[in-house]
Design a protein around this ligand. Structure first.
Ligand code: NAD
Ligand code: DAU
Length: 362
């Protein structure tokens, strides 16, 4: 039995689905069901007795103690977080509460559980913390990609809160001996990605005939990884990672945002052409930049490849095609997540993002 937190969100839900497809080991899934958590993501395992869903907060110590005592997991995988940079700029409080205070409470509850285990189970126990490349800060165009030993230079409330949680995890290992593992991954994309993030937002806006809002000059670079590859990396680190170590996870797929948006438009032009025969690129609109926008992220994933033999299975071309196809086939899922709260967020974020130029981008 393993305990997963945040398993109703984008990456967590993909992890739960992949885990149950590949293993007979049950999962307890603790998720607060914030705006980003969605039980629709887990519909296919709703009746599966190996999946025990519990709605709750990682900051709730009494609930954590009860779940750990009742289910006695051999490992905890912590996905739960507030994850959207733009939301952290509008309102950092939830990020501090969940990503820092929540991670602290989870670590403390897990430490108490782990301390009381018999010797052999203590030795085998793992706490895996899922983190981000954003803790390392921003790269100049010619800088080498992030390695695990690089110092932290977080620039947004989101990345600062994740960096704080990474430090807590590290300290719980060095001070108390808790057998922790940390993964720092680059930008994910794929099924169940909430349409506040770049790729799903572009797909759903394009299909709805709306503008495709590209921040600033669109030349910010991200390093994209198909979500199922991130999940396979986490499984591999859980299985064979060395306690106390961190592992960078990435797809060697650095691309400027505008190129990503063009690729999404070209795929939609092919798979669901506009009725007027024009390209979806006509809908691209350059808008005001994100404050403090990190210019470039890139992951050096050689350590996880060398030490644990992990490599991504998808290229960007294969992964993005699967992703666009998934959104075309799951209009019901898209509609189900576009609640009033979603529409309020879009209004808050994009009503203030004045267009700099409207129309087709070359
Ligand atoms: P997400 O926002 O889609 O999902 C987060 C999930 O956590 C939701 O289901 C939400 O309900 C739950 N949650 C939030 N606060 C909670 C709390 N206090 N208690 C319990 N559950 C809570 O996020 P995601 O994109 O799936 O990211 C998952 C993890 O991976 C995060 O820790 C994030 O920092 C990290 N990460 C994300 C990416 C990416 O590209 N999305 C890349 C690297 C790392
Ligand atoms: O690098 C890993 C991180 O990737 C994760 O830790 C975060 O949880 C995840 O949200 C993601 O952060 P980003 O800020 O890179 O992702 P986002 O999809 O919000 O934006 C990707 C890029 O696209 C970024 O440079 C901002 C830009 N962008 C985004 C949106 C939503 C736009 O140009 N227009 C938009 O409307």
């Amino acid at each position: 039995m393993i305990l997963v937190t945040g398993g109703a969100g984008f990456i967590g839900a993909n992890f739960v689905l992949d885990w149950l497809a590949a293993s007979s080991e049950p999962i307890v899934n603790l998720d607060k069901l914030t705006y980003a958590g969605n039980l629709h993501n887990l519909q296919s395992v709703q009746a599966d007795p190996r999946h025990i869903f519990v709605q709750g907060d990682i900051g709730d110590t009494a609930l954590l103690n009860r779940l750990l005592a009742e289910h006695k997991p051999r490992a905890v995988v912590n996905f739960a977080a507030e994850s959207h940079v733009d939301r952290s700029i509008h309102g950092p409080e939830d990020f501090i509460q969940t990503n820092i205070v929540g991670s602290f409470r989870l670590l403390e509850a897990v430490r108490a559980h782990w301390t009381a285990l018999p010797e052999a189970e203590r030795a085998a126990f793992r706490f895996l913390h899922v983190s981000t490349d954003e803790v390392y800060g921003s790269l100049a165009p010619s800088d080498p990609a992030f390695v695990e030993t690089r110092s932290f230079e977080p620039n947004s409330p989101y990345s600062a809160s994740k960096a704080a949680s990474d430090h807590l995890v590290r300290a719980w290992h060095h001070t108390y001996g808790l057998p922790v593992l940390t993964t720092n991954c680059s930008n994910n994309y794929g099924p169940y990605h909430f349409p506040e993030k770049l790729i799903p937002l572009m797909i759903v806006n394009a299909l709805a005939g709306k503008n495709l809002p590209v921040y600033g000059d669109g030349m910010q670079v991200r390093d994209w990884l198909y979500v199922k590859d991130h999940c396979s990396a986490i499984r591999r680190v859980l299985e064979a990672g060395t306690p106390g170590q961190t592992y960078n996870v990435g797809g060697w797929n650095e691309k400027p945002n505008i190129e990503i948006v063009h690729m999404v438009c070209s795929l939609l032009d092919e798979l669901r052409p506009r009725t007027d025969g024009q390209s979806y690129k006509q809908q691209i609109t350059f808008v005001k930049d994100r404050p403090g926008h990190d210019r470039r992220y890139a992951i050096d994933a050689r350590k996880i490849e060398r030490e644990l033999g992990w490599k991504p299975a998808e290229t960007f071309d294969t992964g993005i095609r699967k992703t666009v196809q998934w959104y075309l086939e799951h209009a019901d899922w898209v509609a189900s997540v576009q609640t009033g709260a979603y529409r309020d967020w879009v209004q808050t974020q994009y009503a203030v993002a004045e267009p700099q130029a409207v129309g087709a981008a070359a």
